[in-house]
Ligand binder design. Structure first.
Ligand code: GUN
Length: 302
């Protein structure tokens, strides 16, 4: 059976629109109280087509919530030194409260060095080692946008995952690892699977919560999903099907919806949540930098 409109679908587009509405509301209060406007700087190096689309969407949505968008587009061949100098200028710029360097970066640039050069208080991606350490220590930190978006969707379904098995496919610093830290914080029993994991299929069959962030189109098949599992699909893969270019996730949606109790579609699931969480992080860093009483996630969601 092919499901499209269904009570099983987690509507990330709708939830993200609600979050952006709240960000606009809290942002307007902040602007009024501080007489300053939050600024988000996005740095794009090169012409990676997917990165260009993501950055265009991020800039559009930044402006929609009433924040300033600062764009830096650098040539593919830019030197590491020049990129670091751009980041340092943004660190010192009072008009900039958040800095995002779009990944991946060209191979000749040390991405870890670039990310660790961003001031931790402006690190809206949550990729700086200081924020990563705080996240794993259970301290207040900036949290990477995609896993934060996934955790908000999961919390809406069930805030306490005590006794639940969560399986994450993918061990990236952007999604897999921070997702594991967040799920641990929600009391789930967490396993991270990756390309060297043996018998992934059997492992996935034990999952009450499955987060697929592996970058392989429709890798997870319907019979891998335990009955009643919640499936969060982080994949955004462009493939050719019947002569048309389409977007699919890392799970075979039409198959996996059958056994799942809830599932995110692609597009319209996790993708829009990532951008909403980027703006949420920018709101948090702006409250902190403008010296107005800081706000927390619970202020937004209660
Ligand atoms: N590339 C893919 N996802 C992300 C992200 O969340 N942040 C940045 N900076 N680059 C990415």
């Amino acid at each position: 059976m092919v499901y499209r409109m269904n009570e099983k679908i987690i509507d990330g587009k709708k939830v993200s629109a609600e979050i952006r509405e709240k960000i606009k509301k809290f942002g307007d209060i902040l602007i009024k109280e501080s007489n300053r406007t939050p600024g988000l700087a996005v740095v794009l190096v090169g012409e990676n087509p997917a990165s260009r689309v993501y950055v265009k969407n991020k800039i559009e949505k930044t402006k929609e919530v009433g924040f300033n968008s600062i764009e830096h587009r650098l040539d593919e061949n830019v030197s590491e030194e020049e990129l670091l100098s751009v980041v340092n200028k943004l660190n010192d710029d009072d008009e900039v409260q958040g800095i995002l360097v779009q990944l991946p970066l060209p191979k000749h640039i040390n991405a870890d060095l670039v990310l660790d050069t961003i001031k931790p208080v402006k690190d809206v991606d949550g990729f700086h080692a200081e924020n990563v350490g705080k996240l794993w220590s259970g301290l207040n930190s900036l949290v990477p946008c995609t896993p934060l978006g996934c955790s908000i969707l999961l919390k809406k379904l069930n805030p306490d995952l005590s006794g639940k098995n969560a399986v994450i496919i993918g061990r990236s610093n952007i999604v897999g690892k921070p997702m594991a830290a967040l799920l641990l914080g929600m009391n789930a029993t967490v396993t991270i699977a990756h390309s060297r994991t043996k018998n992934i299929e059997e492992l996935v069959k034990s999952a009450d919560i499955l987060v697929a962030a592996v970058g392989i189109p429709e890798m997870v098949k319907g019979n891998w999903v335990k009955k009643g599992a919640v499936v969060i699909d982080v994949g955004i893969n462009r493939i050719d099907r019947d002569g048309k270019k389409i977007l699919v996730g890392d799970v075979d949606y039409d198959e996996c919806i059958e056994n799942s109790s809830k599932i995110t579609p692609v597009p319209g699931g996790v993708g829009p949540m990532t951008i909403a969480c980027l703006l949420l992080n920018t709101l948090f860093t702006s409250y902190e930098q403008f010296g107005v009483a800081p706000i927390k996630l619970s202020d937004i969601f209660e």
